[in-house]
Design a protein around this ligand. Structure first.
Ligand code: SG7
Ligand code: ZN
Length: 257
């Protein structure tokens, strides 16, 4: 099913997109006391993430977030994953001005200022489109954004161009950079669980990795994210997160004690 959707109309998602009413939905609250330590979950390895400046990347306002398209030679191996996964795009979730946080996942009930998602598909499929409905088809790397003292240079590279994509559907191009710098240094400590896309069509095909280490942006940078964009119906694009979904018997694994 296609069609438009909004965060305001989230109660109606399951009637148009049946998977949104399923039992393996995302995001979730991570109850750290209930996670299970799995020593076989090793460090995640990112290859091809350091993109040359000559490689221009498309940044688009899709009305729900800003999406940065990524080249498929960026790959993810190791971690909890049995096959290599290829990158497709990254995007962000955030809150609203005056300190209302907007991460999708929460940890022990704590919601962070924002969250980055780097979306990948299983390399055993020939495209994202072929993988998106398949169990284990997608891997999303997630990390939490928090307010810190210093300006974050890697995020600034994206934020500088926000003004060029203020309206839904607008696109611009940014120079290649080291995309790994948008993620935490420590790729060895993370949570892992099976869930879904957090927006319609909510396919239950995502193996999630949520890093324990958080990323710091300055208050000005977080504010820029919250204040610059407009989405559907010319409304400010803010608070673009889905509420917590119930675990329904799932377990969350931790790579660390
Ligand atoms: C954002 O989140 C966009 C969507 C994405 C959706 O709205 O990044 O992607 C595009 C290309 O617009 O949907 C199918 C898909 O990747 C859900 O992704 S998420 O579960 O990582 N939040
Ligand atoms: Zn997302």
């Amino acid at each position: 099913a296609g069609g438009h959707w909004s965060y305001a109309g989230k109660a109606q998602w399951p009637s148009t997109f049946p998977s949104c009413g399923g039992h393996l939905q995302s995001p979730i609250d991570i109850d750290t006391g209930a996670t299970i330590f799995s020593p076989q979950l090793g460090a995640l390895l990112l290859s091809g993430y350091d993109l040359p400046p000559g490689e221009r990347l498309c940044l688009q306002n899709n009305g729900h977030t800003i999406v940065l398209k990524l080249p498929e030679n960026m790959t993810l191996t190791g971690g909890g994953y049995l096959q290599p996964y290829r990158a497709v795009q990254l995007h962000l979730h955030w809150g609203s001005a005056h300190g209302v946080p907007g991460s999708e996942h929460t940890v022990d009930g704590h919601r962070f200022a924002g969250e980055i998602h780097v979306v990948h598909y299983n390399s055993q499929f020939s495209s994202f489109h072929d993988a998106v409905r398949e169990p284990g088809g997608l891997a999303v790397l997630a990390a939490f954004l928090q307010v810190g003292e210093e300006e974050n240079e890697a995020y600034q590279h994206i934020l500088e161009s926000l003004k060029e994509v203020q309206e839904e559907g607008e696109k611009t191009f940014i120079a290649g950079f080291d995309v790994a710098k948008l993620l935490p240094h420590d790729l060895s400590r993370y949570f892992h669980y099976n869930g879904s896309l957090t927006t319609p069509p909510c396919y239950q095909t995502v193996n999630w990795t949520i890093f324990n280490q958080t990323i710091q942006l300055s208050q000005d940078q977080i504010s820029m994210l919250e204040d610059t964009l407009r989405g559907d119906n010319d409304e400010p694009l803010e608070g673009n997160f889905r509420p917590q979904q119930s675990l329904q018997g799932r377990t969350v694994l931790a790579s660390f004690l």
